[in-house]
Ligand binder design. Sequence first.
Ligand SMILES: C[S@@+](CC[C@H](N)C(=O)[O-])C[C@H]1O[C@@H](n2cnc3c(N)ncnc32)[C@H](O)[C@@H]1O
Length: 425
Amino acid sequence: MSQQQGLGPRKAALFLLDQVTSEGKLLSELIGEGALQHLPAEDRARAQRLATETLRGMARADRMLARFLQKTPPEAVRNVLRLCTVELAGGEAAHGVVNAGVELVARNKRTATMKGMTNAVLRKVAAEGPDGWAKLANPRIPGWLRGPLKDAYSPEIVAAMEAVHFAGAPLDITVKGDVAAANDALKGEILPTGSIRLANAGQVSALPGFDEGDWWVQDAAAAIPVMVLAPQDGEKILDLCAAPGGKTMQIAASGAHVTAIDSSVGRMIRVKENLKRTGLTAKTVTSDAFEFSEGGFDAILLDAPCSATGTIRRHPDLPYAKDGSEFQDLIDQQARMIDHALTLLKPGGRLVFCTCSLLPDEGEVQVDEALERNPGLTVDVDALDVAGVDADWRTEEGGLRLRPDFWADKGGMDGFYIAQLRKPA
Ligand SMILES: C[S@@+](CC[C@H](N)C(=O)[O-])C[C@H]1O[C@@H](n2cnc3c(N)ncnc32)[C@H](O)[C@@H]1O
């Protein structure tokens, strides 16, 4: 590849990195807003991969660079150095990467004077090579999040989470019908809970059964809340925060009558597309959950908006885009959503509350506090008796704590908290 050919995706990856680390934007938002639209499809994929891999290896790149930098350069230069360091670590040809890094710094008027330093530093990084990189410790979660995680988990568990975050995530699939038959075509691994895992999936829409709507992409941990809910044929079930619809499809596939609500117009379009592709049926309502007042549901799934700190394997941008400042609002909203959901349940009905968060404030503590606020409310511990779900994952108050380092040898799972609450009859 010529240097010019390689520069487009690198420039785009650098834009993504700058937006994440300086503007607090998430990669999914940036890509959704069309940040890569100007590139040909192949370059778009490369830019996204470069940015994702750089974010995943960021803390390790910073440690490597600190050896060769006298002082921290401006963020725009630092991101060039990080990007090139991660590329060099991956075994890319040193000459091309160093030249591209120098070119990226030289092209920007505000950073052009630092091209000599960039050249010198990247040559030193190149001399370390992939072997020097491999000797460094796994990248640490940034301090603002590492602190609360260390309060909640032992240092060994935090380190184990960091190891799986760095390893990245395979592709998990939930099948609508016969799992074994679907896996004959997909040739993945059937996980203990029945999801199919593909180590190197490639383009999802090209996989067998996609066009036929036989399955959808869903992390194995994200499939467990509906297994806990155990929807029954003919039941009236509400999916209160439904988009993009992974759990709605699971409920619909069980034969229950599901109403799917989400406040996001754009994300609700994805629910409808997903239902159409899989041939499943749900009533879709675009509304704020708090404005929805239809009652009498047999069961409700509340997959509440949260910090998403359980999804860092897939979204390594999250700890760099966020700083935790908006989490208290989410925590307050989760509590209000639990109480609102209870008003929509028929007496004796069940509410599965879940979040893809690692923070107890968005899990265990929510359930403890919901029980205090709502006399007569109980926790259904028996609902956690799901095939493939380990008894060790149960928590004191009666929920399930899923961690990214569970099934680490298979590629881990998203961090999740799940509990089933029962409204008094
Ligand atoms: C964790 S995601 C749901 C994922 C979904 N259950 C699935 O499995 O595909 C949380 C969702 O809550 C929605 N949301 C946030 N605030 C809301 C509100 N006040 N009312 C309804 N939906 C809301 C967001 O748009 C987002 O789609």
